[in-house]
Structure formats: structure tokens, C-alpha cells
Design a protein around this ligand. Sequence first.
Ligand code: SF4
Ligand code: SF4
Length: 303
Amino acid sequence: MKKYDRSSFYLADKFPGYDLNNMPKVQEIFEKQLEKCQVEYFDFYLFHNVCEKNIDAYLDEKYHIHEYLMEQKKKGRIRHLGFSSHGDLPVLKRFLEAYGEDMEFCQLQLNYLDWDFQNAKEKVALLKTYGIPIWVMEPLRGGKLARIDSEYAHALEGKTTIEWAFRFLQSIPEVTMVLSGMSDSNQLLENIHIWEKDQPLNKKEMETLFNVAHDMTSKTGVPCTACHYCTSHCPKGLDIPRLLSLYNEHCFSNGSFITTMVIGTLPADKKPSACIGCHSCEKVCPQNINIPEVLKDFCKRLD
Ligand code: SF4
Ligand code: SF4
């Protein structure tokens, strides 16, 4: 990049915390990243993928990650410090309680389907309390929302499916940036055309979209409402609603790296395989979900 005027472009990089082996190497990695890019500073630098797997390490002061990155910011080698996250709400809370005041942006998976399905709604509300703007990743859920089945597309008249997805994001005031992967110039032109105008959805359009999202997700997985009635009845202390939410994501995505990653971070006695099939939970479930059968199926799918 060094042949270009440094003030003519923005450059972002991330600390690769997806690999726990990197945790003790923040200085070495950061220096190498600058060297490889042949630049003096990054405009944006992120704690990469804050999640269940790495939150303990990210918060562990012995690695000095936050301290080191803040020092680089003071030196002007990082202009804006933020983070990306695929973690669940409790993980996000822990991270923000520790470093929220220093975070200038959060890159989050956000789209109309995940508003309820992945609880993005509550994550957005939490980030709002810290005044942290949101950069959206997966605005089309890996392209899935650009190619929805005709039965759902039929309900979304008047706009293309992509426009519905982007106008939804324009309706969330906390969103300041949308990162959309584009595979060809037609997609680029279509995106530019949509984003030329700021046209948030009205209340009725929002309802239509959420109905479609509900229909799309309710046909796979189980209708758990996360009421938590079942949890106190489980002799194994399993976080049943959380496991069922992961099950739904796994079914909907036909296997997903997020679910595999999260299940991988759970201790053996809290994984779906720890269920002993006692059926105590099922007796109190207002949705009549056959929880032990679902957890058994989850194990099979994970295998
Ligand atoms: S069936 Fe499984 S999940 Fe349900 S209460 Fe028994 S051990 Fe817990
Ligand atoms: S009782 Fe049923 S609906 Fe409520 S959290 Fe448990 S599984 Fe979900």
C-alpha cells in the first residue's frame, strides 16, 4: 500500500484472538501486521471475534492485550479501536464491562432474521447504552437473504429482497456502517443504487419483514421462547434455552461454525451430550418440546 498516499484510504486490521495461541503475542503480531502492510498506522483495529471461546483470555490481564492496544492508540498507530463479536449477550456484557468505555465501534452480525433469532435486538440495545456505533457484518446472512424462497419473497412486494434487508438496517439508528460482501460488479451497482437513498422501513413494513423472518425460522428447529421454566428442573444444570437456540441456528444454517465453536467451549458436563434423558424439563415446557430428543438429535448433527 505504501505507493499510495496514506491519507487517501482507510485500513483496518484485527488482533487474531480466534486462536488462543496468539494471546501472549499481541506486540509481535501487531508489529508484524504493520510491517506486512508497510504502513505506520491502522485506521481501525479490532479485537477479533470476541466470543465464548476467548472471552476469558481477552479479559486476562496477564496478556496485556487491551493495555498494549491502548498504548498504540496513544502513539497514533491505531486511530480507532473496536471489536467484532459473534458471542452471546453475556459475553458481550463481560467484554463491555471491562473495555466498553474504550471501544469506538462494534462489528456485529445483524440482519432482520437475526434480530430475534440470534438476539441481535438485545445486543444493539446494550451497545446503545455504551454509545458504541455498530458496523454490520452478515447483512444478508452470507447471501441467504438475497435468495429467499419464493413463498417468503412473495410477501415482500414492492422492493427486491436485498433492498428489504438493507432498508431494515437503515431503520436501526445505531448502525453507521454496513459491510456487504459482493461477488461481482452488478451486486456492487445494485448496492450503490440502494444506499444512494436513506429510506428506513415504516412500522407496517417492519411488521411484514418480521413476520417473514418468523416464518423462515419457525420451520426449522424448535419453538423455544427462552422462558427458562425448564432450567431449574434439570438435574444436570444444562442451559437448555441456550442449547436449543444453538440447535435452531445449527438446523437453520445446515451446520454453522458458530454453533460448533460455542459447543466446543462448553465443559463436557454442559454439552447436549450431558443430557441423561430424564424428561423432567419436558414436563414443565409450555411449548411441549421433547427436549431430550432434540438434544439427542443435536449430538447427532454435531457428530
Ligand atoms: S431430559 Fe436432559 S435436559 Fe431435560 S432435565 Fe433431564 S437431563 Fe436435563
Ligand atoms: S420451558 Fe420450553 S420454551 Fe421454556 S426455555 Fe425451556 S425449552 Fe424453552
